[in-house]
Design a binder for this molecule. Structure first.
Ligand SMILES: C[S@@+](CC[C@H](N)C(=O)[O-])C[C@H]1O[C@@H](n2cnc3c(N)ncnc32)[C@H](O)[C@@H]1O
Length: 273
C-alpha cells in the first residue's frame, strides 16, 4: 500500500473515536516513519513495507482506544519547546500558551523577575517563561513526585534552568517574594469527571484534573508570597472567568483582567497584589 492510501484508511478508522482523525493519522505516521508531517506530503506515492505498516497499525490501534497522541508520541510542542509527555503529567494545552503570553506581558521590562509556577506538571509554563524571558528566575512546584520527575527530565531535555520543588499548595506557597505567581490548577469538579472525553478521563492523571477550591487556595497563598504590585495569572475552567475575577477582587487583587484563548473562550484571569 502507498503512503497516501494508508493515511486515508487510518483517518477513516480514527474518525470513529477522534475529532482530529486526519491530524492524528498524520502525526502517528510521521512518528512511525521517523519523518516530519510535511515530508509525508512529498512522499504520498511511496509504497510502505510490512514493518512500517505494522508499526503504524500499532500506533493507530492505541489512538483508536482513545490514548492521547501526545502520550503515544512521547512528546508534545509547547510554545518554542518540545517537551517529554507521558501519563505522569497533564498534556500542555494551547490555552496554556496564552497563560504564558500573559505572564510574559506582565514581566516585560523586569530584568530578573522571580516567578512561581504552582502545579507545574510537565514544567511547561515554568520552562516556557524561563525560555522566553531572559533573566527570569523561575520556580515550579507540584505535589506529584511523578509530575516533578517529568518536569526535571524536561528541564534537562531543554537545557533550561528552573528550580523544581515537591510542595503541596494546601500548606501555602513557598519562598518569595515573587513578581509573578502563575497557575493552571486542577479545576474539574469530582462530579464532572465522568463527563470528560475518554482521552482525558482515562489517560491523564486525575490529580492534574480534579480539584475543588484549588484556584481559591492559589489566590489566597499568592497574596502571602507576591511582592506588592506583583501579578497573579490563573488559567480557569470555561465559564468560570467572571466568578474567579470577582473572587480575586474580593481578595484584594487590583487591575483584574480576563483574556480569551484563541477560540474566544475566556480562560485566563489575572490580578495585581
Ligand atoms: C492542570 S495541571 C497543570 C500542569 C501544567 N502546569 C500545565 O499547565 O500543563 C495541575 C497540576 O497541579 C498539580 N497539583 C494538584 N494538586 C496540587 C496541590 N495540592 N499542590 C501542588 N500541586 C498540585 C498536579 O499534580 C498537576 O501537575
Amino acid at each position: 500500500m502507498r503512503l497516501g492510501e494508508v493515511l486515508r484508511r487510518a483517518t477513516g478508522h480514527l474518525e470513529r473515536t477522534s475529532e482530529t482523525a486526519r491530524l492524528d493519522a498524520e502525526l502517528l505516521l510521521a512518528h512511525a516513519l521517523d519523518r516530519s508531517r510535511i515530508e509525508l506530503y512529498t512522499d504520498l506515492d511511496r509504497p510502505l513495507n510490512d514493518n512500517e505498516v505494522d508499526r503504524y497499525r500499532e500506533l493507530v490501534a492505541r489512538r483508536s482506544r482513545c490514548e492521547p497522541v501526545a502520550y503515544i508520541l512521547g512528546e508534545w510542542g509547547f510554545r518554542r519547546l518540545t517537551l517529554d509527555c507521558d501519563p505522569r503529567a497533564l498534556i500542555p494545552r494551547p490555552e496554556t500558551e496564552i497563560v504564558v503570553e500573559r505572564c510574559l506581558e506582565r514581566l516585560r521590562g523586569l530584568e530578573q523577575p522571580c516567578v512561581l509556577d504552582v502545579g507545574t506538571g510537565t514544567g511547561a509554563i515554568a520552562l516556557a517563561i524561563a525560555d522566553e524571558h531572559a533573566g527570569a528566575r523561575v520556580t515550579g512546584i507540584d505535589a506529584s513526585p511523578d509530575a516533578l520527575a517529568l518536569a526535571r527530565e524536561n528541564a534537562a531535555r531543554t537545557g533550561i534552568a528552573v528550580e523544581l520543588i515537591e510542595h503541596d499548595l494546601r500548606g501555602g506557597l513557598p519562598g518569595g517574594p515573587y513578581d509573578l505567581v502563575v497557575s493552571n490548577p486542577p479545576y474539574v469538579a469530582p462530579a464532572e469527571l465522568d463527563t470528560l472525553m475518554r482521552d482525558v478521563r482515562d489517560y491523564e492523571p486525575h490529580v492534574a484534573l480534579v480539584g475543588e477550591g484549588v484556584t481559591e487556595a492559589v489566590a489566597l497563598g499568592a497574596r502571602d508570597v507576591l511582592r506588592p504590585g506583583g501579578w497573579l495569572v490563573l488559567e480557569v475552567a470555561e465559564g468560570q472567568a467572571p466568578v474567579v475575577r470577582e473572587r480575586l477582587e474580593e481578595l484584594g487583587y487590583a487591575e483584574t483582567e480576563i483574556t480569551p484563548d484563541l477560540t474566544g473562550r475566556e480562560r485566563v484571569v489575572e490580578g495585581r497584589a
